[in-house]
Ligand binder design. Structure first.
Ligand SMILES: Nc1nc2c(c(=O)[nH]1)N[C@H]1C(S)=C(S)[C@@H](COP(=O)(O)OP(=O)(O)OC[C@H]3O[C@@H](n4cnc5c(=O)[nH]c(N)nc54)[C@H](O)[C@@H]3O)O[C@H]1N2
Ligand SMILES: Nc1nc2c(c(=O)[nH]1)N[C@H]1C(S)=C(S)[C@@H](COP(=O)(O)OP(=O)(O)OC[C@H]3O[C@@H](n4cnc5c(=O)[nH]c(N)nc54)[C@H](O)[C@@H]3O)O[C@H]1N2
Ligand code: SF4
Ligand SMILES: [Mo]
Length: 694
């Protein structure tokens, strides 16, 4: 007999977690519709959500635990897989080299599956390894530190209530569709102004009041010049500066030198436009600043992040409705780190990048981009075993050729993923993860950062084949390890673990699943740590334009501009051979990083890796729209189809993100950190050249 049901859930194809109604017949997902009464997505879904049936019931699934044997894959039981992994871990522990075990979790496990993320941290703390990498190591950690250093917390743009949006180095129309809808609504309903800052004329730029098109990697100079205008024209919030900040005088003196004319020289943006942008942003109240990760993936990564916070603060837009706010779920959770077990070993990079651990080790204390050196050079220690859970470093980590060598060199590589990926192919053991439709999850509703709600996602169908949730894998491994693991990770199911994290709030998975049709518990609209009530959680209790703490770490406290490590200005010799500037990582609506390429409906819409070039560049190199072209850097080369468009700077090439094989943009990038404070590599703004592929 056919059993049909409609299960309310959330979409996990990207981080936005739009509400969906999933039509299921005999445990097979048939189709997906938007959830009309979902408070944030309001019935919206995109093509990716419609592809969920293909995504889940795909023939690319890893079906069973498997081990590689003389080059081929052999099915094994979960017991054998877990025993093998636990034995290795015990061996390293006995040898006193716990740090040679590392874990990488990527986007799915970190963001949309908080329990998995929490558990992995806890597991590493109990085991005693600091070798813990996660996608934030390439994505947003410098920003978090810049916020904490300046105002003692993160804030996110309150688009709904704003009257001016600065969209800086991000393209939410593709990367956060519901956020984009909100920006459109703010423009329509509040008459909000829009300033777009991007080397590409993204579609949103056509709706903008002002569009600035800087040379990639030079945004810190642009921001310094905007501050110069705001300060010299006294457009800042005097009450805030006087009563709630320290060090503004020093900043004011420091930025005097960064005139819009100087910034024009560096960024290519006309001085008049920089003045206009500064004035528009500073005089339209309230205004919010939405900055993408691209800004941080450059030589001035931490510096631009500092500028972004300082611009908001000096204009009185922190803790202001329609500005930058912190409004979280209001749901209290247990903390996941076990500080007392962490020991003294610091994560790789901690010595070079003190911003990550000097002011507290709770979040993350190192950087990972050149993690390959841990394997290939044993520098600063030898990494022997890696579990990759919910990440695909063969595509997503910079310098693919080096990643490939490093993964090959590992003594033991375990990959847990629902799908066969380039990384899984390299593993000694693969573990079948179930997809987000086959397990419960506790998600923060993301919407371009944070919304005041927590959302429970129901299990829609039972795990396919022999797959398991990430949570249940880590719990089972903890049982194998025994000892302290039984004390600190005592749970036996995903539900038990979730109930533990939620326990301070009195919420349970059962309650959320049974009593809340949408699974959502909304927090209050109250701002968290509003400075007017609580001050700022900085050493001075104020917003710190000058941070003594940074100075004590040996970091010049004021934001500066640093020319990209590889650029026509800083490396003219390389530039002669590689005359164009490369932007990588351009998001496409259909795909989340390297994922979903097995969904036929999405591949029909967007079948291959492409890169954008300007018509003048195209004609100089004899390349026409649709031609395949080689993009080359000193690291390697990738082959992509050309999009010839007026909407990109003539000196720039922009590659689309997440494509496999020879269209993989990370064949072009370097893993070497270029930002001396933030430790990120240059995923944008390095040099390249192109030629038509034969
Ligand atoms: N569909 C989809 N959505 C995603 C993702 C995905 O893979 N697919 N990934 C998610 C993740 S983890 C992240 S971090 C976010 C990223 O989200 P976004 O930052 O919004 O990413 P993009 O949409 O690529 O937009 C980046 C923009 O920055 C511009 N840019 C590049 N270099 C520079 C520069 O030097 N200066 C300036 N001013 N602009 C520059 C690019 O031209 C591009 O338009 O997207 C998230 N959303
Ligand atoms: N050149 C360049 N490189 C970049 C970027 C860039 O802009 N330019 N952006 C960087 C950024 S911002 C980020 S965040 C990273 C993202 O890097 P990753 O997180 O490594 O990217 P994904 O390709 O999404 O890999 C996620 C993997 O998890 C699997 N997965 C899905 N669901 C589950 C699950 O429930 N459990 C488990 N175990 N696995 C699951 C997917 O199948 C996929 O293989 O990429 C970075 N890389
Ligand atoms: S925007 Fe993201 S969460 Fe929403 S429907 Fe599309 S893929 Fe799913
Ligand atoms: Mo990211």
């Amino acid at each position: 007999m056919n059993e049909k049901r409609i299960v309310p859930a959330t979409c996990g194809m990207c981080i936005e977690e739009c509400g969906i109604m999933v039509h299921v017949e005999d445990d097979r997902i048939q189709r997906v519709e938007g959830m009309e009464d979902h408070p944030f997505s309001e019935g919206f879904i995109c093509a990716s959500a419609r592809a969920i049936p293909e995504y889940v019931h795909s023939d690319k699934r890893i079906q069973y635990p498997m081990k590689k044997e003389s080059g081929g894959w052999k099915r094994i039981s979960w017991d054998e897989a877990l025993d093998t992994i636990a034995d290795k871990l015990k061996e390293y522990k006995a040898e006193g080299i716990s740090q040679s075990f590392g874990v990488f979790t990527g986007d799915p496990v970190n963001m949309a599956l908080r329990m998995g993320y929490y558990l992995v941290w806890r597991f590493c703390d109990v085991y005693g390894t600091p070798t813990r990498f996660y996608d934030g190591d390439l994505c947003y950690t410098p920003r978090i530190r810049a916020y904490f250093q300046t105002i003692g917390k993160m804030t996110t743009p309150d688009i709904v209530n704003t009257r001016c949006v600065v969209n800086w180095g991000g393209n939410p129309q593709n990367s956060f569709p519901p956020l984009y809808m909100r920006i459109r609504r703010a423009m329509k309903e509040n008459g909000a102004k829009l300033i777009v800052i991007d080397p590409r004329r993204i579609p949103m730029a056509r709706e903008a009041d002002l569009f600035l098109q800087p040379r990639p990697g030079t945004d810190a100079m642009l921001a310094l010049a905007m501050m110069q205008v705001i300060i010299s024209e006294q457009l800042y919030d005097k009450d805030f500066i006087e009563n709630w900040s320290v060090g503004f005088d020093k900043l004011a003196q420091h930025v005097e030198q960064f005139t819009p004319e100087m910034a024009q020289e560096v960024t290519g943006v006309p001085a008049g436009d920089i003045r206009q942008a500064a004035r528009m942003y500073a005089t339209t109240k309230p205004a919010c600043l939405q900055a993408g990760e691209k800004l941080e993936q450059t030589s001035s990564g931490f510096r631009i992040a500092q500028c972004v916070v300082m611009l908001q603060a000096m204009t009185g837009n922190i803790d202001a409705l329609g500005g930058g706010v912190l409004r979280l779920s209001g749901v209290k959770e247990r903390s996941y780190r076990l500080t007392k077990l962490m020991g003294d070993t610091l994560c790789v990079g901690a010595d070079k990048y003190p911003i990550y651990h000097k002011s507290g080790r709770v979040f993350h204390e190192g950087v990972m981009p050149n993690w390959g050196d841990l394997v290939l050079k044993g520098d600063p220690y030898q990494l022997k075993m890696l579990i990759v859970s919910g990440g695909n470093p063969m595509v997503s980590w910079p310098n693919t050729n080096k990643v490939s060598r490093a993964l090959d060199e590992l003594e033991f590589l375990v990959v847990m993923d629902p799908f066969w990926t380039a990384t899984a192919e390299k593993a000694h053991i693969v573990l079948p993860a179930c997809t987000f439709m086959e397990r419960i999850a506790m998600c923060g509703i993301y919407e371009g950062m944070s919304t005041p709600a927590v959302q429970f996602r129901r299990q829609v169908v039972p795990p396919l084949y022999d797959s398991r949730s990430d949570c249940s894998f880590w719990l089972a491994l903890a049982r194998r390890m025994g000892g302290e693991f039984d004390e600190y990770i005592p749970w036996n199911s995903d539900e038990e673990a979730m109930d533990y994290w939620l326990s301070p709030s009195g919420l349970t998975s059962k309650y959320l699943g049974e009593e809340h049709p949408t699974g959502i518990v909304q927090g209050s609209d109250e701002l968290i740590f509003d400075y007017r009530k609580h001050g700022f959680a900085t050493p001075s209790g104020k917003c710190e334009f000058w941070s003594q703490e940074l100075e004590d770490m040996g970091i010049y406290p004021l934001p500066v501009y640093r020319e990209p490590a590889e650029s026509p200005v800083s490396s003219p010799e390389i530039s002669r051979e590689y005359p164009l500037i490369l932007i990588t990582g351009v998001r496409e609506l259909e795909y989340w990083h390297s994922q979903q390429r097995h969904c036929a409906s999405l591949m029909r819409r967007n079948p291959e890796g492409r890169a954008e070039i300007h018509p003048s560049t195209a004609s100089a190199y004899g390349i026409a729209e649709g031609d395949r072209m080689w993009i080359e850097t000193p690291r390697g080369r990738a082959c992509m189809k050309a999009i010839v468009t007026e909407d990109i700077r003539p000196d720039t090439v922009a590659t689309r993100h997440g494509w496999p094989d020879d269209a993989n943009e990370n064949l072009l990038t370097d893993d070497v950190p270029v930002d001396p404070e933030g430790g990120f590599p240059a995923l944008t703004g390095a040099l390249c050249r192109i030629k038509k592929a034969g």
